[in-house]
Design a protein around this ligand. Structure first.
Ligand SMILES: Nc1ncnc2c1ncn2[C@@H]1O[C@H](COP(=O)(O)OP(=O)(O)OP(=O)(O)O)[C@@H](O)[C@H]1O
Ligand SMILES: [Mg+2]
Length: 364
């Protein structure tokens, strides 16, 4: 077990710098998820921790040790990739025990470790099968088994679930979380799936173009995004984000969106200058069809035309035209409004986000 400390790490391929002085402290036993769009440097960062990629500048520590010049096999890490590359001609037992047998561990030790990993992963009945006789999720578990038996200090996962269908993804997500609870260990996990990040992580690291945008607990990133990039990246469906400007109306601060929409600003926005340009953010769950319910205390009511209804069962997503602007809102699944009708919506202004128009940083 160990902490991982990334200090001012740079990475260049030739003249192109792809990681720009990244700092990150990962605690012992912490589950950290690196997330960001394609090409932002997630895999590069993970491969540098693993030692599969040279570090151009800075230091990586695993536990007490600087590992910059330590061979991958001596770093006491285990890496699970997206394409889990099992040996097709070997049984599950042999695949899991490959590294142990190569290290000439005594036979009874090997059997004990494989039995323990198979128990944790529910593979006991499959040990004599070959990979071609397994489902995708079972293969994925075998590849995790291969990592577990090595008792690594740190597990590194690079998009391990991206080849699986939706049901299996969910199931494996649960199993990885259970695994972390059973085998207390430090995990660094790369994904571009924000739901995976939200559900698995103790802390999420959002990356963009080789820089960290924000680090925090899932709830922190969801409720207090530092900038429009994080606000748009976390949450599905996306936060509504609309440009507007501050305007005083009847002596009270408001936000003008387009020609027709004037929304009272919450206290946080009271200090904005007249005419200051901002981006307003509000999540779909804070734009809710009223439908006879008493709206919450901080709600602001407005009619909207429902252009599209997307039923999800428990709730429906509604694509709305509200005061000349397009919003995504929600209603309970049983309401079943018709497209083309108009209804009253409650916007929870308490949860409104405000971002500076130029810097795109949150305004507090
Ligand atoms: N061997 C290489 N030579 C040159 N450039 C590279 C090399 N490997 C990666 N890159 C570049 O480094 C950047 C980061 O790549 P990386 O693989 O870390 O992205 P990623 O965040 O894992 O993306 P994805 O989600 O698509 O896997 C990309 O712009 C990529 O083109
Ligand atoms: Mg990658």
């Amino acid at each position: 077990m160990a902490s991982v400390s990334i200090r001012k790490v740079y990475k260049s391929y030739g003249k192109v710098q792809v990681i720009h002085g990244l700092d990150l402290e990962i605690a012992h036993n912490e589950f950290v998820v690196l997330i960001g769009p394609s090409g932002c440097g997630k895999s590069t960062m993970l491969r540098m921790i693993a030692g599969l990629e040279d570090i151009t500048g800075g230091e990586i520590h695993i536990g007490e040790r600087v590992v910059n010049n330590v061979e991958p096999k001596n770093r006491n890490i285990a890496m699970v990739f997206q394409n889990y590359a099992l040996y097709p001609h070997m049984t599950v037992f042999k695949n899991i025990s490959f590294g142990l047998r190569a290290a000439k561990l005594p036979k009874h030790e090997v059997e004990k470790k494989v039995a323990e990993a198979a128990r944790i992963l529910g593979l006991e009945d499959l040990l004599l099968r070959r990979p071609s006789e397994l489902s995708g999720g079972q293969r994925q578990r075998v590849s995790m088994g291969r990592a577990i038996v090595r008792d690594p200090q740190v597990f590194l996962f690079d998009e391990p679930l991206s080849n699986l269908d939706a049901t299996l993804r969910h199931q494996m997500r649960t199993e990885i979380k259970l695994l972390h609870q059973k085998v207390a260990t430090t995990i660094v996990y790369v994904t571009h799936d924000q739901i995976e990040a939200m559900t698995l992580a103790d802390r999420i690291v959002i990356m963009r173009d080789g820089h960290i945008q924000q680090v925090g607990k899932p709830g922190e990133l969801y409720h207090n995004p530092k900038n429009t990039f994080v606000a748009g990246f976390i949450g599905s469906p996306k936060m509504n984000m609309l440009p507007g400007e501050a305007r005083s109306h009847n002596g009270a601060p408001h936000l003008a969106l387009g020609e027709d929409l004037l929304i009272p600003l919450p206290d946080r926005g009271a200090h904005l200058r007249e005419g200051q340009r901002v981006i307003m953010g509000i999540r779909p769950e804070d734009v809710v069809m009223v439908n006879g319910q008493a709206p919450g205390a901080n709600s602001w009511l407005h009619d909207a035309r429902i252009n599209v209804v997307e039923p999800l069962g428990s709730e429906s997503l509604l694509i709305l035209e509200l005061g000349g602007q397009s919003f995504t809102g929600k209603c309970a699944g049983r309401i079943e409004p018709a497209a083309g009708t108009t209804a009253q919506f409650a916007l929870n202004l308490e949860n409104m986000h405000l971002f500076d128009h130029e810097s795109e940083q949150a305004i507090n």
